[in-house]
Design a protein around this ligand. Structure first.
Ligand SMILES: C[S@@+](CC[C@H](N)C(=O)[O-])C[C@H]1O[C@@H](n2cnc3c(N)ncnc32)[C@H](O)[C@@H]1O
Length: 199
């Protein structure tokens, strides 16, 4: 994965380095079994700052197809300018992650990633996004989510358990950077890996 543009805000570089280490820890704890060329879907990806960290943490598996989806056109445009995948296909689409199943001719994914989910603020929307995330996975696939808040993470885990997903690993980030805008909020505060729920 090649990063063509620097990150657009102070502090992101460090957050992303710490996220890469966190991803490696949680993938190891979950005993992730991914090899060869894999497909990755990043839902509600925003600027998709996490793209390079995700690719590095998944090695030696290589991303062959990467799709990022977000409602916001400005963040999708920025993500497109930043990331390049020389040995595969990379695409960023403006769209509703709660309706991802309507996109034609996309494969089932080995891994779906959702960073800083927002369940707390819009539970109905996020119920839809989580259902789509699980439906987009191969039977051998994984859903990986991070959260800003303790309670929001608990809501996410409870919702996915209710839908039949198994929690393979669930970690509190030991070096999560506190954010000043809300009490108890920090970058990638929690991360969890879930298995797919196909029969
Ligand atoms: C907290 S931000 C996280 C962005 C990015 N994943 C990150 O961690 O930097 C939540 C994102 O969800 C997106 N979002 C909210 N509802 C959405 C939906 N229904 N479909 C796609 N994106 C959505 C917002 O536009 C926003 O970019």
């Amino acid at each position: 994965m090649i990063q063509k543009l620097p990150f657009s805000h102070r502090g992101i570089e460090g957050d992303i380095q710490r996220l890469e280490a966190l991803l490696k820890s949680v993938f190891s704890a979950a005993q992730l079994e991914l090899t060869g060329k894999i497909s990755v879907l990043n839902l509600a990806c925003g600027r998709a700052d996490e793209t390079g960290a995700l690719a590095a943490a998944l090695a030696p598996a290589k991303i062959g197809f990467y799709l990022g989806v977000d409602l916001r056109a400005d963040t999708i445009a920025e993500a497109r300018e930043r990331w390049h995948l020389p040995d595969g296909e990379i695409e960023f689409r403006e769209g509703n992650a709660a309706r991802i199943g309507r996109i034609e001719s996309i494969p089932e994914f080995d891994l779906v990633f959702i960073r800083h989910q927002n369940y707390w603020h819009e539970p109905l929307v996020w119920e839809g996004i989580l259902l789509e995330a699980l439906a987009a996975l191969k039977s051998s696939g994984y859903l990986v989510c991070t959260s800003y808040f303790d309670v929001e993470h608990e809501f996410l885990v409870a919702s996915l358990r209710e839908k039949g997903a198994n929690v393979l690993a669930n970690l509190r980030h030991p070096q999560s950077r506190p954010l000043p805008d809300e009490k108890g909020k920090s970058v990638d505060r929690y991360i969890a890996v879930f298995s797919a729920i196909h029969a």
